[in-house]
Design a protein around this ligand. Sequence first.
Ligand SMILES: Cc1ncc(COP(=O)(O)O)c(C=O)c1O
Length: 428
Amino acid sequence: MTVTTAAVSAARATAPEGAFDALRRQDPEIADVLLGETRRQATSLQLIAAENFTSPAVLAALGSPLSNKYAEGYPGARHHGGCEIVDVAERIAVDRARALFGAEHANVQPHSGSSAVLAAYAALLRPGDTVLAMGLPYGGHLTHGSPANFSGRWFDFVGYGVDPETGLIDYEEVAALAERRRPKAIVCGSICYPRHPDYEAFREIADSVGAYLIADAAHPMGLVAGGAAPSPVPHADVVCATTHKVLRGPRGGLLLCGGELAARIDRAVFPFTQGGAQMHTIAAKAVAFGEAATPGFTGYAHQVVANARVLAAGLAAEGFGVVTGGTDTHIILADPGPLGADGKAARGRLAGAGLVLDTCALPYDEARGIRLGTAALTTQGMGEAEMARIAVLFSAALRGDAGAGGEAQADVRTEVRELAGRFPPYPH
Ligand SMILES: Cc1ncc(COP(=O)(O)O)c(C=O)c1O
């Protein structure tokens, strides 16, 4: 079977019955984009820490007529008629999220992780309030005080860092900053921290200064769902998350909180920061929460971490610097400097070999490093043996390109294609 035929089959397998063929007939230009992307995802290795492969069931809900429905408000209290059926989807999504994470209240409407964080701030803060969060150079997200983002424009953010030697959060520094700056809220969560935040320590620090604790668990929430990471839910006033990373649902956000903040959180999402809920996405979130409650997902979540540990150890053995010396999560933050490339050059060379990942700030250096994750590879069914091999391929792609006119890189590309072919994201 040619790659193109395989891509067509995969595209068919991920679309509702007949939908892909109908698209091809009506709009071949866009159908080609879908095919090209399906093929790209199936023939290279997706190591972007925030990405994953959703199930065909999640994709079916996303590509459904629920997308047609306007539904401002909440189940039973909508501003539009005809919501009685989509209300069922939202109630199921909320009940499943609450059960999955042991939370008193869930809001499943945020369109993205950033929208969830915006709503958390809207519920708890006033413009101009001081907020303590991980500084952007150390792994804070744009919504944690970037001047290019609403957060940095509307709030007075103070950044905490990590220890330059260990790469670990320095809780004494967090406590000292909190004492000095008396923030209204403390945010814990990061785009690249490979260890578990100490939620109890953050809670204690927040309590010592009367601050709210907001956990932005966008990255680890899937691990939490699968019992492979500690939960922020018992400790934080509000937990923000994405549903599309390790959690393996549709692109979107999620908010969890206790009963006493429920009404404020709901009002902060709609009508304060969003309009109509996206019911196709909410139905897809319900499907993903259902999947995440199964023993299969628990196995996957633990395998994600086991794979990341092996990959981190393999990269260290190949000479990469590995920030914090390893990982407890799906994330690895690595320094390719010892192999003769900064993060940007490494990302380009690795992409040329079919190894797709991001650059990321390094806590101790001006030069950027690389950030990678194991969720997508694990969903494909890869295990520790494949991770060990991928670490060797990383090194071959970087060293080979520098020394041997790109031949070694071409060999790596061939092996990557073969490896991806053995673990198709959408078998058909
Ligand atoms: C810690 C953290 N917060 C928020 C977000 C924002 O999520 P989204 O891209 O869905 O807006 C991300 C995304 O990577 C993140 O890592």
